[in-house]
Write a protein that binds this ligand. Structure first.
Ligand SMILES: *Cc1c(COP(=O)(O)O)cnc(C)c1O
Length: 417
């Protein structure tokens, strides 16, 4: 059913590790994000074992799941963090990550965010344009600091994935074009408050074919050579994230070892410290979204609907990226039906699955939307006046509430009349 062995049926009930999901729903209510701590640790270990022989620094990309307890789990395993905004930097530091292990990305950093990152002492900022380099240098000067930067290069590789999650293509807004590099290097020589320490790329997400990484990394290595020839002492080659996970057992992800086999021989001879920024790979299959069936209904064409207490406000991936998520009944059913599994939000795109074969669960029963650990809770919203759900972290038989359910008071707390 899944990549992770931490969500399994014990008897006829789906569990997370040693905890029965029915019990969690009774204790904490629904919708509820349930994350397995062991599954987080397992995917981290898989990744580190695959790249063991390559000197590297893994920076967990916190935007995939920025719950403080999730960030802390990876920090304790030795990861740094890749953050995308002042808010994510704040979160990472609140989770206990030291700034020297944080790298700061983002195509549109505000001056305040640059100042915040520099004065916090992050390892580096990844600059995405000539203008941004100038801003960073000016702000560093005002703070009497020297900014360590990497430049994010757009390698013009169109990775085959959903068009909304490809980022290394010259059509996209991300990074600096190769054609612009001579100007960038000339500028870097002149700017007084900047030190170039890294070259960076991130070509997209959920990329199944290692060859895209090979093509883009090869370009980055060529650029590294010329930068070194120009006298820049580059310490880091950051090849980003994007490593794939299995959402649909019919479309299994390429194992991480296949990426390592291609990339290690390519990167090892460069004798440089490599940075990886996995997000999804670490968290996607570590969580489920637990939701209750409010109503079942059938229309005049005979079409069946399961109407849930969770929808696009909790998990927008199907609506935003047409993503597939497996859906399991928490109680096993022999009898199956074909149904649309939909949320309560007033949008036609508010569905988790259409025409899905699913156990014939009754109203009031629970469903688990699988693989809901990445780009799920972090994209939840208050649209339709919905409260962001609670989140729990499970380890063995131990359950920790790591985010409380929002309240109506919180919905209006920033407003005044
Ligand atoms: C989103 C992002 C990542 C993580 O991507 P995944 O597909 O979740 O691994 C890494 N680096 C940067 C710069 C990103 O924007």
């Amino acid at each position: 059913m899944l990549e992770s062995n931490l969500f399994q049926y014990t008897g006829s009930t789906l569990s997370c590790d040693e905890v029965n999901l029915n019990e969690l729903a009774v204790t904490f209510g629904t919708p509820l994000f349930v994350t397995s701590s062991k599954s987080l640790i397992q995917s981290h270990r898989n990744f580190e074992q695959a790249f063991e022989t390559l000197p590297h620094f893994t920076c967990y990309s916190v935007k995939a799941n920025y719950n403080l307890s999730v960030i802390k789990t990876f920090a304790e395993l030795g990861c740094g963090c890749d953050v995308n905004s002042g808010g994510e930097l704040y979160r990472a530091m609140q989770a206990g990550v030291v700034p020297e292990r944080i790298i700061f990305a983002g195509v549109g950093k505000k001056p305040e965010e640059i100042a915040y990152a520099l004065s916090s002492g992050v390892l580096m900022l990844k600059a995405e344009s000539l203008s941004e380099l100038k801003s960073i240098s000016r702000i560093a000067g005002e703070l009497s600091l020297t900014a360590s930067v990497a430049i994010r290069i757009n390698p013009d590789v169109t990775a085959e994935t959903h068009p909304y999650i490809t980022t290394g293509d010259s059509k996209e807004k991300f990074g600096i074009d190769e054609a612009e590099l001579p100007e960038v290097f000339a500028l870097l020589r002149q700017l007084p408050h900047i030190r170039l320490i890294g070259l960076d790329m991130h070509i997209g997400s959920q990329i199944f074919d290692p060859e895209y990484y090979v093509a883009a990394t090869t370009k980055l290595l060529t650029i590294l050579n010329s930068a070194q020839a120009m006298g820049f002492s580059i310490e880091f080659l950051d090849i980003g994230g994007g490593f794939p996970v299995t959402y649909d057992p019919l479309k299994p992800a390429t194992p991480i070892q296949r990426f390592a086999e291609k990339l290690i021989p390519l990167l090892l001879p460069a004798g440089i410290k490599v940075i990886f920024e996995p997000g999804r790979y670490f968290v996607a299959n570590a969580s489920v979204l637990l939701t209750r069936i409010l109503y079942k209904k059938r229309n005049h064409t005979g079409k069946e609907f399961f109407v849930l207490d969770a929808g696009m406000t909790e998990l927008i991936r199907p609506a935003l990226y047409q993503s597939h998520h497996e859906i399991q009944t928490v109680t096993l059913h022999d009898k199956t039906i074909i149904a649309d599994v939909v949320g309560p939000v007033c949008e036609s795109s508010d569905f988790f699955a259409r025409h899905r074969l699913i156990g014939d669960a009754a109203e009031g029963e629970l469903l688990a939307v699988m693989s809901s650990g990445a780009y799920a809770a972090v994209m939840s919203s208050n649209y339709n006046g919905r409260l962001r759900p609670a989140e729990v972290l499970v380890d063995g038989s131990e359950v920790k509430l790591v985010r409380q359910r929002e309240t109506y008071e919180q919905l209006v707390q920033n407003e005044q009349m």
